[in-house]
Design a protein around this ligand. Structure first.
Ligand code: TYD
Ligand code: MG
Length: 454
């Protein structure tokens, strides 16, 4: 009989240590070690002496099989999956509590036509799920609900029911009776995922795993889970706002570039196939400190609204606060404006906010931030229907950004008649597009801002 031993497993990264430690030497997280019992495996068929050589094939001789995909009822979901669910694959859907993960998956499987689905819930009762289905307003004879957390029972049920799609809500609640550690620990999550994966591959069914994320935005539990599964999606948005973004972090069967956009309504989620202006708040004419820009999300362009307030400093050291925009980049932009335009910002408090609760990392948002700072400083509104697309360099030059034609096209489609861009990019655009204002540096930008001229 093999001897069992006690080990300490980091709940953040899965690192195993023979002794307890306050800090994980692998991922540097504190207080993450939990004691677990490891059953040492008996030496089986695959011990060194008995292993037979395997069959390696030349890549040119492998016959490519066409991936069959299960198309889901929402084009926004299919878009991020790369065309639909691939049978035999494991898909992990992460997101903060209450963001709408269960709603998205339940609504999707309820809308599927003639496909047997097993929805396993370890979090909610049958009654709660029924109430949600009623709220969404769909009934489906082929959708089976099973409230269970024991993975062995779940597998037995899968074998007898033979569903075509399996949903596990959530991976942190399921546990194997063969392990002593409690549900949600690294060993349990890993083991249950491994068992489900084996099953998914053997029976060629897709499994959707729902996972919680921790405060750092990672799927709670082991980071290694993200390596095991075929695709990882994050469902994100702001609880105060109605829109939700489905963003791929990893996808073995499609690109990680696309996003899916949904709207949370009282009766479930609605997909938004034309999301260009969902982040805008409405009429801001006559208000200073408000500017519009664009961000590229996959093959689509979203318009963003930037609100800035520059006021006299309340304390001896002025405050700089940014919401949705990188704080350090904001400081950098303020420093460039101060140096190149001579605005006295060192005695001012500066606040910037991206409307709609979205986090922006696209550098094309530099120019609208710059515009909103100047507008607020002089308390002078920016002319209506104006949009800004460009990155700012440290020496004050306005630099080119990617996909300029797409961004300009979307801005003009949504009624922005004046579009500021970097003069280095003017030649990339069709000469017949009117309303393009090209600027090469901050000084030229400031001189044209309130009087847009070509
Ligand atoms: P839920 O899917 O339970 O979130 P998660 O599984 O990510 O924890 O969604 C919960 C929230 O969504 C809840 O606050 C209520 C809201 N909601 C709606 O606004 N409309 C609806 O139709 C449904 C079903 C939920
Ligand atoms: Mg849920």
């Amino acid at each position: 009989m093999a001897k069992d031993k006690t080990v300490f497993v980091c709940q953040n990264c899965g690192y195993i240590s023979p002794k307890w430690a306050g800090k994980c030497s692998n991922c540097n997280s504190w207080n993450s070690f939990i004691e677990e019992i490891r059953y040492s495996e008996p030496k089986g068929l695959h011990s060194k002496s008995e292993a037979k050589p395997g069959n390696a094939i030349k890549i040119s001789e492998i016959r490519k099989q066409q991936l069959s995909r299960i198309e889901l009822p929402y084009s926004e979901f299919n878009r991020v999956l790369g065309g639909g669910l691939v049978p035999g694959s494991l898909v992990l859907l992460g997101g903060e509590p209450g963001i709408g993960k269960s709603t998205l998956v339940l609504q999707t499987v309820l809308n599927l036509d003639k496909r047997k689905v097993l929805y396993v819930s370890g979090e909610e009762s049958e009654n709660q799920i029924k109430l949600r289905a009623e709220r969404i307003g769909i009934n489906n004879e082929n959708c089976f609900i099973y409230t269970e957390t024991n993975i062995e029972k779940i597998i037995a049920t899968i074998k007898s029911l033979e569903p075509e799609i399996i949903v596990i809500d959530s991976v942190q609640t399921v546990a194997s009776a063969d392990l002593t550690s409690s549900p949600g620990t690294v060993s349990q999550i890993r083991e249950c995922t491994r068992i489900l994966q084996e099953h998914a591959k053997e029976f060629d069914v897709p499994v959707i795993l729902i996972g919680h994320i921790n405060k750092d935005g990672d799927i709670a539990g082991p980071m290694s889970l993200e390596h095991i599964v075929d695709a990882v999606f994050q469902f994100e948005g702001d609880n105060n706002h109605y829109y939700r973004l489905l963003r791929p972090k990893k996808n073995r069967f499609g690109s990680t570039y696309e996003i899916g956009v949904f709207e949370m309504l009282n009766h479930g989620l609605k997909e938004i196939t034309d999301p260009g202006n969902i982040l805008l708040t409405g009429d801001n004419s006559g208000l200073s400190g408000v500017a519009y820009g664009t961000i590229g999300e996959g093959t689509r362009t979203l318009m963003i609204e930037i609100q800035t307030l520059i006021g006299n400093a309340v304390y001896s050291s002025p405050q700089r606060t940014s919401t949705g925009f990188d704080g350090r980049r904001f400081q950098m932009l303020l420093a460039v404006i101060e140096k190149k335009l001579g605005l006295n910002l060192s005695q001012k408090d500066a606040f910037v906010n991206i409307a709609g609760g979205i986090k922006v990392s696209d550098t094309a948002a530099d120019l609208p931030v710059l515009a909103s700072v100047i507008s607020s400083y002089y308390d002078k509104p920016i002319p209506e229907n104006t949009c800004f697309i460009g990155e700012l360099g440290l020496s004050g030059q306005v630099r080119p950004v990617s996909f300029i034609d797409k961004r300009v096209g979307e801005a003009r489609r949504l009624g922005f008649n004046n579009v500021f861009i970097s003069s280095a990019q003017k030649s990339e655009l069709n000469k017949n597009i009117a309303g393009i204002i090209s600027v090469s540096d901050v000084k030229e930008f400031a001189s044209k801002l309130f009087r847009p001229t070509n």
